[in-house]
Ligand binder design. Structure first.
Ligand code: ZN
Length: 233
């Protein structure tokens, strides 16, 4: 992976800029090489792209170029700058992608909560620990297999937001405007994850993540996913 020598300042944080091309998407990555779990997160981004390409070989070029900003203490988010159609795409990837959030004893692994709140598909996949059985992954050198699984799935979730926006931009932005009040029917959202019940955009990204990793959903969930503009896969 080629690294350029350019250094940018993001607050007090020096970032090296790198550019790589993977799966039809140009990824501009900004990071501090010495900070946090940088190599692990790079591995997660590369693996996330591979998993998505297997299911959706033609869609990634629609979200190129993608800027990936890595820093230990940032949230994991899909953002557009300026926010709206045509904005520059920025994926923020913090070390949080590896944090565990086991469900409380006696609660559902699907829609139960953990100490960090609502659990998502990355938590469900972490529970399953299936990364041990997948061959040919890019290294996630310093994380355990279950942590790597969680991190890869968390990045796939963020890709899900970008692909949703590229698939149905008008619908995406109208749902984003009402995301604080918009409603996902609990009986539908709870079939997916606690996180999927937050709003329609999280529902779409969660179902997308589950589908990428081969989870199966009811007709009701799939119908709602398509009605919200989720990518067909
Ligand atoms: Zn999300």
């Amino acid at each position: 992976m080629p690294y350029s020598n350019s250094v940018a300042e993001i607050g007090t944080f020096s970032a090296y800029m790198s550019h790589f091309f993977i799966g039809g998407v140009v990824v501009h990555s900004s990071f501090n090489r010495t900070a946090g779990f940088h190599n692990d997160k790079m591995g997660c981004v590369q693996n996330a792209v591979r998993f998505i390409m297997e299911r959706l070989p033609d869609h990634l070029p629609r979200i190129s170029p993608l800027n990936v900003m890595m820093h230990p203490r940032i949230a994991c988010e899909a953002c557009w700058r300026p926010e709206g159609p045509g904005g520059e795409r920025i994926m923020f990837v913090g070390d949080k992608i590896f944090h565990t959030n086991d469900h409380y004893p006696g609660q559902s692994p699907i829609f139960g909560e953990g100490p960090k709140g609502k659990r998502g598909i990355p938590d469900q996949l972490r529970d399953a620990g299936i990364v041990n059985e997948i061959r040919g992954l890019a290294p996630v050198p310093d994380r355990s297999p279950s942590e790597a699984m969680r991190g890869i799935a968390a990045v796939v979730h963020e890709f899900g937001h970008f692909l949703h926006e590229a698939n149905r931009p008008a619908l995406f932005w109208s749902l984003k405007m009402v995301s604080n009040t918009a409603f996902v029917a609990p009986d539908i959202g709870m079939q997916v994850s606690g996180y999927a019940t937050i709003n329609p955009l999280e529902f779409v990204a969660e179902v997308f993540t589950g589908l990428v990793f081969g989870l199966r959903y009811s007709e009701g969930v799939i119908a709602q996913y398509h009605a919200f503009g989720g990518v067909d896969l």
